[in-house]
Design a protein around this ligand. Structure first.
Ligand code: NAG
Ligand code: NAG
Length: 305
């Protein structure tokens, strides 16, 4: 393009210099016409001839010059046409690219709008989440406080439980349950006879001795003792209760001539370690037991003292 402009300027420069120069270029053609038209009105023929002789070779030179210029201009026009065609090609290609760019810009703008919407929505959600997070943090702090308080309470409880378990483990356990015999009638005898309850079903702490019929308190405490006497002979039925070989209770019943008779008695006694309890069948009395466990003796430690 610069080359073209340069050439154009050069040509214009040439034309200008011709017009301004001393009798040359296109200006001289005008002058020639003017001369020819005005010639008849000129006064002196001699001066006219002289002028014509001087002008004629200049006209041919001018014509050649003009022909050259025309050739140059044709070349220039052809070049301009090529450039024009090139420029049109580039223009339409640029326009296509522009369309593509515009479409791309539209698409990007749409995407941008969508992203802006999403961004706003995300910001809203972020705000909500932050608020929720701070709520949760507060709740968490509360829960941690409660947890540590609960843990402290748990430790105290565990320590208390361990203490109670130790106390419980150390606490003596005493309980027994026995029945007299499978042999049927015991008695009547001529003397008072210690009843040896021989069927031992429960004997936690081994405080009851079936070989002697004696219960021995292992620790100081309050004991609950109970016995059931069954009789089947017509007549007196009963037992003495002995504590440390001292009679502390006598229970007696009259049995009619009917099938089996029972009575049950119980005592709550404060005993010290080593105190004994046993039951004695009075002379002339009898009790009855068999596989059905009619006559029993049982007891347990309620609590130590
Ligand atoms: C119990 O006494 C009744 C009535 O006297 C008698 O019929 C029954 O045979 C007695 N039972 C035993 C096992 O002796
Ligand atoms: C007598 O007591 C023992 C121990 O509890 C039991 O195994 C047995 O079955 C009892 N006898 C009857 C007839 O209930």
């Amino acid at each position: 393009m610069r080359v073209v402009l340069g050439l154009l300027l050069l040509l214009l420069g040439l034309c200008g210099s011709g017009a301004q120069g001393e009798r040359g270029g296109l200006g001289e053609v005008g002058d020639i016409n003017e001369f020819q038209e005005t010639a008849p009105s000129n006064a002196g023929e001699e001066s006219t001839e002289r002028t014509t002789k001087q002008t004629t070779p200049d006209i041919w030179a001018e014509v050649r010059e003009l022909r050259d210029m025309v050739v140059e201009l044709k070349v220039y026009v052809a070049m301009l046409q090529r450039e024009n065609s090139d420029l049109q090609t580039r223009l339409s290609s640029t326009e296509r690219e522009l369309l593509v760019s515009k479409s791309r810009i539209d698409q990007l703008e749409r995407e941008n709008a969508v992203q802006a919407t999403e961004l706003r929505s995300l910001e809203t959600r972020l705000t909500a989440t932050e608020s929720k997070t701070s709520d949760l943090e507060k709740e968490n702090a509360d829960l941690q406080t409660r947890l540590s308080s609960t843990e402290t309470e748990l430790l105290v409880s565990k320590s208390r439980i361990e203490q109670l378990e130790r106390e419980n483990a150390e606490k003596p356990k005493v309980a027994f349950y026995t029945a007299l015999t499978d042999a049927g009638y015991v008695g009547p005898h001529n003397t008072d006879t210690t009843l040896k309850y021989s069927k031992v079903f429960t004997n936690i702490g081994n405080a009851y001795n079936p070989a002697t019929g004696f219960f021995t308190a292992p620790v100081k405490g309050v004991y609950y003792l109970q016995f059931t006497v069954c009789g089947n002979h017509t007549g007196l039925m009963g037992v003495f209760v002995f504590k440390n070989n001292q009679k502390i209770m006598f229970n007696v019943e009259w049995k009619e001539a009917k099938l089996y008779k029972y009575f049950t008695k119980s005592v709550v006694l404060e005993l010290i370690a080593g105190d004994t309890i046993h039951l004695v069948l009075p002379s002339t009395y009898s009790v009855y037991d068999d596989g059905d466990n009619h006559s029993t003796f049982s007891g347990s430690l309620l609590f130590p003292l």
